[in-house]
Ligand binder design. Structure first.
Ligand SMILES: Nc1ncnc2c1ncn2[C@@H]1O[C@H](COP(=O)(O)OP(=O)(O)O)[C@@H](O)[C@H]1O
Ligand SMILES: CCCC(=O)OP(=O)(O)O
Length: 376
């Protein structure tokens, strides 16, 4: 009998870091470390959280008495890289450098590959990402933003959305390839997608859709431009306003939907209105994506940690149930999906993709200098 493959999976989310160790398909243990808005406030960028999050993981593994020497691979949640294909990518030097120095965006998932690589490299074992948040299968028509310089790109909770859609359909004897499903993941970030014929043909990213516990979501763009040039913000602080201290944090000072619900239960009318507004925006997003498949939606799936909330699930369902049956599948199985994908690679059933960093875009001023020099 062959020895089981031991895999450490790492899922840095905006409000928590989750890890689990698997022996083949069997989960040996799982740990979640929550990061409150106050814990995260001192960090300017996601990259600055690397040591804090890695230390939390190492401490959790130590508390379990886990021997790192038994590991066959480490898998991290894939972050804000350029658009990728579905499936596995080996974490290589190009990917590490890209995520460290020029990630497309600030998101906790950027730390998935970095932490996985940092743990795996000294052990002489590979690290992988699987179904990264930037898997992009959008159709050409979905890429228009209205400004030619700004192309819409996919970014969502890919791992969990696909896994939950497959689970719901399989239970009803259906296949993802044969259905139209709108999935909304409600966690620290909220994103939604419409999956048609097995592909995520359009996506509501966390910057174009509903606000969420710590993100602003879609905002009035002219006012945003004014805000950026008001003199009160630089690039870092304006970015953080959108991601990190937006949404529930901005309105209510907490990234915890659980805390907001406790305040509502205690009679806080402001908390109730903000939470209801979040549900309203989520429902509008689902409606928007339903038009992509002309309303022919087989299932709407609500998932993520906030789908545990009956209050939120009811508020959203009430507005979208006219479109299609609503399935509530709380939580996420991102760690299982990471382990399952990595196992396929280790067993030789899937070949990992190779990440090649795109060339750096040259700033307009540099291009002008080069052109002027060549004319001279
Ligand atoms: N049972 C629950 N009901 C409502 N909200 C919950 C519940 N459990 C967790 N949450 C909320 O879900 C959000 C975190 O989602 P999660 O997906 O775990 O985070 P991350 O995006 O960091 O991975 C937090 O706002 C948390 O308060
Ligand atoms: C970038 C989309 C994924 C996302 O928002 O994840 P979290 O909810 O974990 O922040």
């Amino acid at each position: 009998m062959t020895e089981p493959k031991i895999i450490l999976t790492v899922n840095p989310g905006s409000t928590s870091t989750k890890i689990a160790v698997f022996a083949d398909e069997t989960r040996l243990f799982e740990r979640k470390v929550d990061h409150s808005a106050a814990d995260l406030a001192p960090f300017d960028t996601i990259g600055d959280q690397f040591q804090m999050r890695k230390a939390a993981i190492v401490a959790a593994l130590k508390a379990e008495g886990f021997d790192l020497g038994t590991l066959a691979a480490v898998a991290g949640r894939g972050g804000k890289l350029p658009p990728l294909a579905r499936g596995a990518y080996l974490v290589n030097d190009d990917m590490v450098a890209f995520l460290r120095h020029r990630p497309i965006d600030q998101h906790a998932s950027n730390l998935g590959a970095l932490i996985a690589h940092d743990i795996a490299e000294p052990l002489g074992i590979p690290s992988f990402i699987y179904d990264a948040v930037v898997v992009d299968e959008m159709e050409d028509i979905a890429r228009f933003s209205g400004v030619p310089e700004l192309t819409r790109r996919a970014s969502c909770h890919v791992l969990n959305m696909r896994a939950m859609a497959i689970k719901v359909l399989r239970r009803d004897g259906l296949r993802l390839e044969d259905a139209n499903v709108v999935v909304c993941h409600m966690g620290g970030g909220v994103t939604a997608t419409v999956i048609s014929g097995g592909r995520m043909i359009d996506v509501l990213t966390d910057e174009e859709g509903p606000f969420s516990p710590e993100r602003a979501g879609r905002v009035p763009c002219r006012q945003l431009v004014d805000l950026c040039f008001s003199g009160d913000y630089d690039r870092k602080s304006a970015t953080k306003l959108m991601r990190g201290v937006g949404g529930l944090v901005a309105y209510l000072g907490t990234n915890s939907a659980l805390e907001v619900e406790a305040r509502i239960d205690a009679g806080d009318a402001e908390a109730e209105l903000v939470y209801r507004a979040m549900a309203y925006q989520i429902a509008k997003g689902i409606g928007e994506l339903s038009t992509v498949v002309m309303g022919k939606v087989d299932r709407i799936v609500l998932t993520g940690a906030i789908a545990h909330s009956k209050r939120m699930a009811d508020m959203v369902s009430a507005r979208v149930a006219f479109i299609a049956p609503v399935e509530i599948v709380p939580g996420e199985n991102e760690l299982e999906a990471l382990a399952a994908g990595t196992l396929r690679v280790l067993r030789g059933e899937e070949t990992p993709n190779v990440f090649v960093a795109p060339p750096r875009a040259r700033p307009a001023a540099e291009i002008r200098r080069v052109e002027e020099a060549s004319r001279a």
